[in-house]
Design a protein around this ligand. Sequence first.
Ligand SMILES: NC(=O)c1ccc[n+]([C@@H]2O[C@H](COP(=O)([O-])OP(=O)(O)OC[C@H]3O[C@@H](n4cnc5c(N)ncnc54)[C@H](O)[C@@H]3O)[C@@H](O)[C@H]2O)c1
Length: 303
Amino acid sequence: MTEASAPAAIDPDGATAVVTGGASGIGRAIVDELLTRGARVVVADVEDAALERTVAEFEDAAPGRVLGVRTDVTDESSVHELAERTWAWGGGCSLAYLNAGVTSGGGGLPWQQEPNDWRWCFGVNVIGVGICVSEFVPRMLDDGAPGQVVVTSSKDGGIAPVATASVYAASKAAVTCFTEALQLNLRSADGDIGASVFYPSGGLMDTGLYSAARNRPEHLQRQGAGTGRSGTTFDALVERVTQATGRAPRIADLGELASTAVDGACRRDFVIATDLDASAALLHERADAIGRGELPAPHPLGL
Ligand SMILES: NC(=O)c1ccc[n+]([C@@H]2O[C@H](COP(=O)([O-])OP(=O)(O)OC[C@H]3O[C@@H](n4cnc5c(N)ncnc54)[C@H](O)[C@@H]3O)[C@@H](O)[C@H]2O)c1
């Protein structure tokens, strides 16, 4: 694609898509939305039981259009196998949602984070995205068909950090920056592949992120006792935010969020999100503070 030409919209009907972290939460909602729109979807996830359950449920609703591939995005050979099976089953990949993600499990204070909190969180959220991009983008470019790579970031980090989520926020800032650089390079590459950064938004999300430690590998467990949080529940988070702000937080509708994620990718938008006005206002405020040499405002939970 040359810089001047507008990218062709992608029709999800009949397209092949891959969703990493597709067995639960936001990824699962994206799988659901893609299947509703007629796509063939590869659900890639590290959690065996959730993967099996999700694929079985969708197989009933969309027979023959869903394939589950157990994938660890931190492992190059696993991602290579995912790509091989995707191309063999679906003939290519038009929409690649790089969505698998975890918290750091360290919680709380930046100086309580252990090296393994960094290794696990950056391994999945940052290096996992890098491994998938290196495996999928060259194949997509070679195919010559229009395609979009959608990286799930977070407004926590991608726009501004939530102070109590330092490592997670840093990982999401990293993938936002990487995706921007990816798109800058894809615009002048030979082919019609684009990249999008997806900021899930619309309120607190009732997903498995708060118990992400269920998938934390043995060799990356926390070493210290008594510091950090190994996990929480969505209900506990709602309770904490209600206590802190004096009112019940907004809860995001995952179906609407998934619809936004599919619309944006098919339109080939670079930024995919709702509530962007509030984010832009925060970014202006942050830019002004930085211009004055001051600490910029953090991200309020649930924006
Ligand atoms: N929940 C939120 O509030 C929120 C907000 C903004 C962004 N996000 C991002 O959305 C994405 C999805 O998170 P979610 O909230 O749906 O959580 P979730 O835990 O419900 O889903 C994440 C999925 O990723 C999978 N996964 C974890 N490690 C993996 C690995 N190594 N390889 C492959 N799959 C792996 C999990 O098994 C799970 O199915 C993440 O990138 C997260 O950071 C979430």
